[in-house]
Ligand binder design. Sequence first.
Ligand code: BGC
Length: 725
Amino acid sequence: MSIAKRVQELLAQMTLEEKVGQLQMLQGGGWHVPDHLREAIRAGRVGSVLNEVHVETVNELQRIAVQESRLGIPLLVGRDVIHGFKTVFPIPLGQAASWNPAVVERGARIAALEAASHGVNWTFAPMLDIGRDPRWGRVAEGYGEDPYLTSVMGAAAVRGFQGDKLDGLGSIAACAKHFAGYGASESGKDYNSTNIPENELRNVHLPPFAAAVDAGCATVMTSFSDIDGIPATANQFLLRQVLRGEWDFDGVVVSDWDSIRQLSVHGLTADNRESAREAALAGVDVEMASTTYAEHLASLVNDGKVAIETVDALVANILTLKFRLGLFESAETDAAAFPGIGIPAHLNAARTAATESLVLLKNAHGMLPLQAAHLKHVAVIGPLADEPFEQLGTWIFDGDANLSVPLLPALRARHPEIEFGYVRGLPTTRSQDRSGFDEAVALAERSDAVILMLGEEAILSGEAHCRADITLPGAQQALIEAVAATGKPVVLVLMAGRALALQSVVPHVHAMLYAWHPGCMGGPAITDVLFGHATPSGKLPVSLPRVIGQIPIYYGHKRTGKPATPDTIVRMEDIPARAEQLSIGNTSFHLDVHPSPLFPFGFGLSYTTFQYEQLALSARELRRDETLTVSFDLINAGARDATEVVQLYIHDPVASTTRPVRELKAFRRVALAAGEQRRISFTLTADDLAFYGRDRRRKAEAGQFHLWVGGNSDATLHHDFFLLD
Ligand code: BGC
């Protein structure tokens, strides 16, 4: 019998109370199943639980649901499995820096296998919010500033979590969140309002969600935030018109934690009853944590305020997912059927992910890789160098810090012939206590080189952990300057959950490696790159600002009517006293900082040099049914084998609505041996050029396009082509 038929048959047997029960998601109880939960499941008042990861308890809950409730409907068991379960991978922002969807897919697969072995059948990931404001703590959970990179990585995560089929071993339902626009929270403060015009919503914020739906993502979570005056959890335009209507999404929509009740806190509704009605009418299937549906939906139906057909449709979505997951066939979890937790294969994958996520930002005089043969004493300084927990990053409910290897022990294990002295320098990254500086400087002075490991602890990013000042916290800048003053070669390794503003840091260090929060194998991965056992290949998934006041700064900005040019930029110190203010000839820039970012999107150095040459297009003119082939030579001009992330950008210079100055349209990791040269090709179709224009429809507009290929978003190798009507 088809799933649709089974759903309809089951629905026909359900009372209104049982239907409303399916919509309720409640918090699990840990080792002990609380009586109220046991009773609620037995009575059919709960359709899903979250945050219950003890497999015996989950099995007990499922047994009650299947054997003791009237209709025997199994439970959805949800959990935030964001970047690993016990085996923790780099934060998603770090995974994005690998520009390797295979890394993301494998990480999600392993997370799903480990979580499923604990009875979890639904993860609240991937987070697909575009992160253009690094003050926002949740940029750590997403794939950066770019809609295309986020789309590719998000789809990969969905494939990894869900596997080939939802009822396969270790497949769990994915959840594209937070729909939509959450990343645009004003001033980078979590839960804040958003202001997103529809053109930007559709061209920037929605594409990753569309890509996830295309990849078969089983569920979508609403955002906490207010968007265009209607909080996302009640937003019929988003949930009904776009998601269900335009994209044909047939999965489950879940509220965020308590976000239905919060509709009245926003001021959209007067009370929980109105909130329940608004959310149901918008099509929110599952209510997470709050209980407005349980309290009011039945009476809203009885009073004719919500049609029973509306409730039936919500319930049908949930039942459909339960059938798709195979829960009606077997809801119990046999942990022994799974490959295991933290096994070598999982740790190796986490190490590869960490290695590929590392971005080399500076390498003056080829300081890196460190030459082990020439080093006897190396100073390791900083409060993050020996912290198994901190390198795991934000939102790792189940992460096992016992599996985590930080930098210091990894260095000592890999290079026992070198003496690695260690001084914390500061108690924490936030501390102003400089009493450890003398010891740090003394260690640096008697060493041949210094590895500084600084940044942010895990708790400084993530949900509700936003910062207004995104320079290095505490007295870290002073520690860097004190150590640098010794004149020793200094490499700075930065761990952070966001892009930091580093203008004042870079001049003081010889080399700088951005490590994000690299996960449990961060230490070995960083060691490999520092000593040249691996060559760095990560690229920035976000632009790094020079100073905070540049935020938001992202490569895909609009041109404006007065774009800055090198000859129009005026520096504050060059303005004469009592200068007359004129408007003529002015362009768009700040007086006190160069308009470019400190490091552009897509940037990352290697231990070799890559050259791009001989760009050629298969045609100057592209018809709508044709494919354009873009080819160029990539040359590894150095003496080391290495991997380059080649990137293709376009610009649509004249269109019915203004377009970003550059848009990423394709990328690929290419491994080349030292001295090797290879012809690389990408193909583009008219669909790759499409966007939502003035008529609010997605299509490619005929005319001229500019195209660039290169190793970052400032690529200069350039060609034009035309799309014909
Ligand atoms: C977050 C969601 C998360 C949920 C459950 C909320 O506070 O915004 O992303 O899935 O909690 O933990």
